[in-house]
Design a protein around this ligand. Structure first.
Ligand code: ATP
Ligand code: MG
Length: 260
């Protein structure tokens, strides 16, 4: 079950500017909703609030189902972030935490083993590492690795083992976007929040995305960079701008959603 319920939400910037107010919107299971509006209107801010990435100080936002969030900045990586870090960042907090624990326990074990492979400290660290690996399995880590491999083969034509340490910046903007989108669309999260998913994509790739969003059973809220993506896909269009938010019908008749 993936739905979003936004009730009476407002957002005020640190300088006191009211970005939007009284935003109420219910997005039912499987619905597709587009957020449009001029640059700086607050589309990203609203999406981040729904993702739980920006605090909601006025009003409430209720979510059900796992939420996958693709930030606007995907496609613009210029730092040392690896593909594995990008992939883990798109997963659920439980998987991210379990992966972090495995990495940490492995580092502790290697340090302890350097001082004596069979020392009491090394034995203890080995046990902690095995526990961390078991924890990774319990939260669905192995399924995640299968998913990473499938996405890596589909987008980069490489198995995950060969791709995971590549810096994200070595990929083109479109490859970065497609990698994240394939991961979220094939993943377990029932609600996807996609900020400019069509940025950096070629026209055929945008068509591919349109089809994938359309046929996905997931609830999808997205901010299109290019308007043409939204017409056939969005059941409703949320216009963010001039301090308010207006909801209108989109390109398809969407009976599963309603606005208030
Ligand atoms: N930390 C901050 N302090 C002050 N103002 C901020 C902060 N973060 C964002 N803003 C402002 O909030 C406004 C909304 O930004 P947001 O990124 O949500 O816009 P957007 O509609 O997504 O724009 P774009 O289409 O360019 O991505 C902008 O005017 C931005 O400058
Ligand atoms: Mg934005």
């Amino acid at each position: 079950m993936g739905y979003i319920d936004v009730a009476g939400v407002a957002h005020t910037l640190p300088d006191g500017r009211r970005l939007f107010q009284d935003v109420s919107l219910r997005v039912g299971e499987g619905a597709k909703v587009a957020f449009v509006g001029p640059s700086g209107a607050g589309k990203t801010a609203l999406l981040r609030m729904i993702a739980g990435d920006l605090p909601v100080r006025e009003g409430t936002i209720a979510r059900s189902g796992g939420v996958g969030f693709m930030r606007q900045s995907v496609g613009m990586s210029f730092d040392q972030t690896t593909l594995e870090e990008l992939a883990l960042g798109l997963l659920t907090p439980a998987l991210r935490a379990a992966a972090g624990l495995v990495e940490w326990a492995e580092a502790v074990m290697r340090t302890a083993e350097r001082r004596g492979k069979f020392s009491p400290a090394a034995t203890k660290a080995q046990r902690a590492y095995l526990d961390a690996v078991a924890g990774w399995g319990e939260v669905g880590g192995y399924e995640a690795e299968v998913l990473f491999d499938a996405v890596s083969l589909a987008v980069l034509h490489k198995p995950w083992e060969k791709a995971k340490d590549i810096p994200v910046r070595a990929l083109s903007g479109g490859e970065q976007k497609r990698f994240a989108l394939e991961l979220l669309l094939r993943g377990a999260d029932e609600v996807l929040l996609l900020d400019e998913p069509d940025n950096f994509l070629t026209v055929p790739e945008r068509r591919w995305l349109e089809i994938r969003i359309n046929e996905s059973p997931k609830t999808v809220l997205f901010v299109p960079r290019h308007g043409e993506l939204l017409a056939p896909v969005a059941g409703r269009v949320v216009e963010v701008g001039a301090g308010s938010v207006r909801v209108r019908a989109g390109g398809t008749d969407d009976q599963s959603t309603r606005s208030r």
